[in-house]
Write a protein that binds this ligand. Sequence first.
Ligand code: ADP
Length: 191
Amino acid sequence: MISFLIFGPPGSGKGTQSVKLAEKYNLIHLSTGDMLRAEITAGTELGKKMSLIMSKGELVPDEVVIEMIAFKIDNSKGSAGFLFDGFPRTVAQTIALENMLNGRGMKIDSMLVLDVDHDELVKRLIARAELSGRPDDKDPSVIENRIDVYKSKTEPIINYCREKGIYQPVNGMGTINDIFKRLSDSMNKLV
Ligand code: ADP
């Protein structure tokens, strides 16, 4: 089985592109953001605890998302592989994911990184707030915090993956279909 990371700052289009890629390549799409929002909607204890952190644009604790992903990996069958979206978000999560995959005879095969200008990110997130109703998209200071958290805690994963030779930058500007075509071109080299 093959494993891809789709990577990039908030608003870079990971979620939108993941749905399309998962369908095209028969991958299981695992989004920790979606999993956490499902906990909040279901009103679980975990959801209640995580919603405050998420509404500030901070990261939830590593062990919470690592446990969620481990459960999904073990309970998802019948696909060509996995597409991880919004996970890992710290180097510690990356190492945990590698260990999980290695223990199951897999590895991270590629990291597709969407590059998008800062102003375009903010524009997209504000536009998304209208449709998604996500509290973390509504407040400009939360948006800026999410982008700062990405730079300080998440972006270091790029260097980690570059050293492993799995880093693949992709231009994330343009139409949804343009970007999908570029991502597909990168994926086609691997599948
Ligand atoms: P976006 O696509 O806008 O980056 P996500 O839906 O991926 O947003 O995540 C929303 C929020 O959920 C994050 O701001 C963070 O609070 C939390 N979250 C999601 N995934 C992780 C993760 N892997 N580690 C820590 N926090 C996470």
